[in-house]
Design a binder for this molecule. Structure first.
Ligand code: M6R
Length: 600
């Protein structure tokens, strides 16, 4: 949610900042802006729309100088327009800052500042911070003015700030992600690693209530009491080509095709001699209940996880959407385990759920992709997805790797708890990358099916058991990138309401697996057919009955039931991708969405 970059050094400032912004565009793309210290003044430029609008402005070339900040916005307060775009400045245009987060008490602060004579021009919460710093600024006390302003603020922020007279660039964080890139004779600020990866692989993850004071040759990190902190400098393992499209039309397609490799990486060194190797302290014998908490696609992975963990460990699992969990006064405490699932490791509600569970005495485990992210640092233990960077706003390879990690966890806990692991599951797990490659090789056939449904207005996704969450995920993928209404349901629920939607125009996507629910699913298909619905079936069964009722069939390879979900989701990702592509949508940046939801 909003991307921030900052730079201090001798390169062309606007080029470094724009490069970082382009790589952070998945975080928000309704407007963007840049501010640079030039001589003893601040120059700034803002544009509505995607970053390209900023790039093509002729004035961008004037944004040279030795330090600057920039921002790509996902609007929270104030409509997307040039005035509300960041950077925001004080009355005298001497201070410029960019912000990610929400200043919760901005109304009160703004009223007071207005009474004191400050002139506001935007409808944002952010602008109060610029005026607060202005209020506290006395000659050469930039750093302490920033600290005093931060002390007045309630809410979450990642900030990058420049002053026309200061030779230092300041960054500060509370509750929103911010990293410092450590360079040679230059330093960087970014919301996320892709912003700085081209220039350095050395990063400092700022903690809450820390500020960093950057000059080209130095980085000083302090807490709000002024105590100097010696930060850990981490080495990033990602390479630059991992955050580029590599010949694919979109990141989403690249990431769908990366799944065999991503899954191999997630499994790598974690299965040895048919045994699961996870370096975890959690002991199933001391565990009462397991709570899985996540949002969006990660929540769907959690629903698949419930099915798998309960089956393999016989422990009861509750799955919650994080924004519901944290406000429902959950009964969780000592002896319980909360598992937080998150690609970005920054989702605000998931992060807050972890804090709540910890506060009530539960142990916490993160299933996270982004190394060093807030969630990874907040939990007691973490299993990393090892999926590599996911840039496309629609989550694909992170989903499959989240399920893989949950499966590894379930096998590990099952074994530790005295349950015997079925060797066939391990065998099928190891064969999974190959099976997914087979599906990917048929993507052009799925594209042909997509052509037939490109003008649909609404759609229904139905599955049972472990494939019910896959129906939810298929529907989410389609709606978020094609803007076609889509609903996922357990197939058995169909007659309790959704069947009323069925007519000759409604595509109904069934997941029909060769398991104990097959006959029931086939009956549901007959019922849709009897009402002239169009049926697309994802199936691993070559049954005449399925052929008879289906308008289109996407055949998938057979595997163990608990692994089938990982196979069935892939054609649904491809279907959604092609429908969106045929509708001319840039599904890497779907409207109103942002990759990482760092505000509530
Ligand atoms: O980074 P997280 O996994 O915590 O993100 C959770 C959701 O915001 C995310 O999965 C979202 O639903 C995606 N748009 C799904 O494609």
């Amino acid at each position: 949610m909003c991307g921030i970059t900052g730079y201090i050094g001798s390169k062309k400032t606007y080029e470094v900042l724009l490069d970082g912004l382009r790589r952070l565009e998945y975080r928000g793309y309704d407007s963007s802006g840049i501010a640079v210290q030039v001589g003893n003044s601040i120059k700034f430029l803002k544009r509505k729309g995607k970053i390209i609008e900023l790039e093509k402005s002729p004035e961008i070339k004037n944004m040279v100088g030795t330090m600057g900040i920039s921002h790509t916005r996902w609007a929270t307060h104030g409509i997307p327009n040039e005035i509300n775009a960041h950077p925001h400045l004080d009355c005298k245009k001497e201070i410029a800052l960019v912000h990610n987060g929400i200043i919760e008490n901005y109304h009160q602060l703004k009223e007071k500042l207005v009474r004191e004579g400050h002139k506001f021009i935007s409808a944002t919460d952010t602008e109060v911070v610029a005026h607060l710093i202005e209020k506290y600024y006395k000659k050469n006390n930039f750093e302490s003015a920033v600290v005093r302003a931060i002390e007045d603020i309630h809410g979450s922020f990642a900030l990058a700030i420049i002053h026309k007279d200061s030779e230092k660039l300041i960054a500060a964080r509370r509750g929103s992600p911010l990293i410092i890139g450590v360079g040679r004779n230059e330093n960087f600020i970014g919301s996320d690693v892709p912003a700085i990866l081209k220039f350095t692989k050395k990063v400092i993850y700022l903690n809450d209530d820390e500020i960093a004071i950057l000059s080209p040759n130095n980085i000083i990190v302090k807490n709000l009491q002024g105590k100097i902190i010696r930060p850990k400098v981490n080495e990033i393992k990602w390479s630059l080509d991992q955050i580029e499209k590599g010949g694919f039309k979109h990141f989403m397609l690249k990431e769908i095709f990366e799944q065999p490799q991503a899954i191999s990486n997630a499994l790598s060194a974690r299965i040895i001699n048919n045994k699961i190797k996870l370096d975890l302290k959690i002991n199933p014998k001391n565990l009462q209940r397991i709570f899985l908490v996540a949002c969006g696609t990660a929540w769907h992975a959690g629903l698949v996880g419930k099915y798998i963990i309960e089956k393999l460990t016989r422990k009861s699992v509750e799955v919650d959407i994080a924004s519901e969990f944290r406000y429902r006064n959950p009964i969780i405490g000592k002896g319980d385990l909360l598992i937080a699932v998150s690609q970005s490791g920054e989702t605000a509600d998931t992060l807050e759920s972890i804090k709540l569970a910890k506060h009530q005495g539960a142990k916490t485990l993160g299933i996270v992709n982004a190394v060093g992210s807030s969630i990874a640092r907040e939990v007691d233990e973490v299993i990393y997805l090892q999926a590599g960077p996911e840039i496309g706003v629609a989550s694909t390879k992170a989903f499959t790797c989240q399920v893989i990690c949950l499966l590894l966890f379930a096998l590990y806990m099952g074994e530790k708890g005295g349950n015997k692991i079925e060797k066939i599951v391990i065998k099928d797990l190891q064969a999974l990358p190959k099976l997914i490659k087979k599906i990917l090789s048929k993507s052009k056939d799925i594209q042909k099916i997509a052509k037939k449904y490109v003008n649909a207005q609404s759609s229904l996704y139905l599955g049972r058991g472990i494939n019910f969450p896959i129906a939810l995920e298929g529907a989410l993928k389609l709606k978020e990138i094609s803007y076609i209404h889509a609903e996922g349901y357990p197939a058995g629920e169909m007659k309790h309401g959704p069947i009323a939607l069925v007519d000759e125009k409604l595509p109904v996507i069934f997941i029909a697996n060769d398991d104990h629910t097959l006959e029931k699913i086939i009956s549901n298909m007959e019922e849709i057919k009897a009402r002239q619905g169009k049926i697309i079936t994802v199936t691993n069964v070559a049954a005449e009955k399925i052929k008879k009722v289906s308008d289109d069939i996407i055949g998938v390879p057979k595997t163990s039931e608990i692994i089938s979900a990982l196979i069935n989701v892939v054609p649904l990702q491809i279907l959604a991708y092609y429908v969106a592509d045929l509708r001319g949508i840039d599904m890497d940046k779907p409207r109103n969405l942002a990759k990482s939801v760092t505000v509530e």
